[in-house]
Design a binder for this molecule. Structure first.
Ligand code: SAH
Ligand code: SF4
Ligand code: F3S
Length: 484
């Protein structure tokens, strides 16, 4: 775990007897100082620091949000621990599919007896699921032992809300419907020393008909390019060499800025940052993937040879119902252009099976795209009905056993092609960024190729964070065994 050095604001020098400042982020630092007083009190009473654990259940943006919460908790004096030992457990929730919600209720049920035994224990809930009024109603009614509930738009206010909870001594709930605000320069605690996610935008304006994200994450807002560049510069000064630019649809970056800027232009600026070695980004929506971006990718020395390009369905008829705004043919053409410009690019995707009205013919179109594109890997999802989205009330919901059968057939196709794609690189020497000690074998380390595949090879932990040339000896389907 690493502390980002630019967040070294001395909380002890903030006078908490004054009124809180109104401007951000100063206001949050004031409340962090207040929370710190409470933590000191805890330490005196218990002879130890309080322990916290933030668990994220969602996508990379959700994970990055968790790092922000951890940064604030660290600065107010919490020590990170496992969930079992934590005095303060926070679930950063996801709601993209129904089973994400089910999981949260299940976990909360397990926490309840623990909280009964340890009344001082606190439980916090935040993230996308909290933006659904029905979910919050249910929590208020049936899970009244929860201490703090907040949403996606006011996550920057975490310190203020925590202080409010300490003061009130009972459940605090604060959910906003939307926001146009972006608060910069709050603390952060990165998971890795050498790589980091960087938000470039928030929200989504696409309203794909099955998707709940635009409702829970609000309207699209881009961070100012200067703020992004400055954050990356600081990260690089702090030892980071790989960044993952994050947004629901990075290809539409910059459209809402006062001085509009394209994603391709932003990438060109980021490329100039000295010391930065690798640039990744996600997610790319096919409808906004420009020729300019393909050109920048082709010319770049730092952008990784990997693109995640969700197709969702191969049937133009279904794509239209999904409101994706591209056809099967346009997607295939895009893939052709990408492969012509960046021949060694690795392509991955997301696919939904069982969207309302999907026929066997539609599904075969999806299989056809999978066979034509030959993805390096694909995330496959069973359609999940999300209340409030247009697809939830569409006719022709597909029976479960039909969906299951299609899902299995798709998975088989995706996995056999991915295995073949992986084997293509066998024998080659490639530069990898070493990320960790191998989970299966402590005498090995795990590195990531530019194309996002992993390789395990003999090596010691000192290699973590460095770039090493590795021979890809043997392809194991989804990863390699290699040799330095
Ligand atoms: N913004 C990204 C994806 C965000 S959600 C994009 O547009 O590509 C990640 C993936 O979850 C989506 O690509 C989609 O495949 C899947 N997904 C979203 N809503 C879903 C639903 N209701 N049921 C099943 N899968 C869904
Ligand atoms: Fe959801 Fe579509 Fe937005 Fe992705 S682009 S988050 S799938 S609405
Ligand atoms: Fe889930 Fe929210 Fe991400 S719904 S996928 S955590 S944007």
């Amino acid at each position: 775990m690493v502390k980002e050095m630019y967040n070294d604001i001395n909380l002890d020098r903030i006078d908490i007897n004054l009124e809180p400042p109104t401007e951000e982020p100063a206001r949050q630092y004031y409340f962090m100082a207040k929370c710190r007083e409470w933590v000191k009190d805890f330490e005196q009473k218990n002879g130890r620091s309080p322990k916290s654990c933030v668990i994220n259940f969602g996508c990379q943006m959700n994970a990055r949000d968790s790092e922000k919460l951890r940064g604030i908790l660290r600065d107010v004096g919490y020590i990170e621990s496992s969930e079992e030992k934590a005095d303060f457990v926070i679930y950063n929730t996801c709601t993209v599919r129904e089973n994400a919600n089910t999981r949260i209720y299940g976990r909360l049920g397990q926490l309840k007896p623990r909280k009964k035994k340890n009344p001082h224990m606190m439980i916090g809930l935040c993230g996308c699921m909290m933006q659904e009024p029905e979910a919050v109603e249910k929590l208020k009614k049936s899970y009244s032992f929860i201490d703090l509930i907040f949403g996606t738009h006011n996550i920057y206010k975490f310190a203020e809300l925590l202080a409010a909870r300490f003061e009130a001594g009972r459940m605090v709930i604060d959910i906003w419907k939307d926001t146009d605000k972006i608060v910069e320069n709050l603390p952060n605690e990165r998971k890795y020393t050498f790589k980091s996610g960087v938000n470039i935008m928030f929200g989504c304006n696409n309203f794909c008909s099955y998707c709940i994200v635009p409702y829970v994450r609000g309207r699209e807002r881009s961070r100012r390019p200067q703020a992004i560049i400055q954050e990356i510069r600081r990260l690089v000064a702090d030892g980071v060499s790989e960044v993952m630019l994050l947004g629901q649809n990075v290809n539409s970056y910059g459209k809402t800025l006062d001085i509009p800027m394209s994603f391709a232009q932003l990438l060109k600026e980021i490329e100039k940052i000295e010391g930065l070695k690798r640039i990744r980004f996600m997610t790319s929506h096919p409808k906004d993937l420009s020729d300019e971006l393909i050109k920048v990718m082709a010319e770049s020395k730092k952008i990784c040879r990997h693109l995640h390009l969700p197709i969702q369905s191969g049937s133009t008829r279904i794509l239209e119902k999904m409101n994706r705004r591209y056809t099967k043919e346009q997607y295939l053409l895009l893939v052709e252009k990408l492969r012509a410009a960046v021949p060694d690019i690795s392509l991955t995707t997301d696919i939904i099976v069982g969207f309302p009205g999907e026929t066997e013919e539609d599904f075969k179109e999806t299989l056809d795209v999978v066979r034509k594109v030959r993805y390096d890997s694909a995330f496959t999802f069973i359609y999940s009905k999300r209340t409030g989205t247009p697809a939830a009330v569409m006719e022709g919901q597909v029976p479960e056993e039909v969906v299951k059968d299609r899902f299995d057939r798709l998975l088989y196709e995706v996995q056999s092609i991915a295995g073949q794609m992986c084997a293509v690189h066998e024998g080659s020497v490639q530069e990898v960024l070493v990320e960790s000690v191998s989970e299966q074998d402590p005498s090995m380390v795990t590195g990531r190729l530019s194309n996002n595949l992993l390789v395990h090879f003999p090596g010691s932990p000192e290699l973590i964070g460095s770039y090493v040339d590795v021979t890809l000896k043997e392809c194991k389907g989804f990863y390699y065994i290699g040799m330095k």
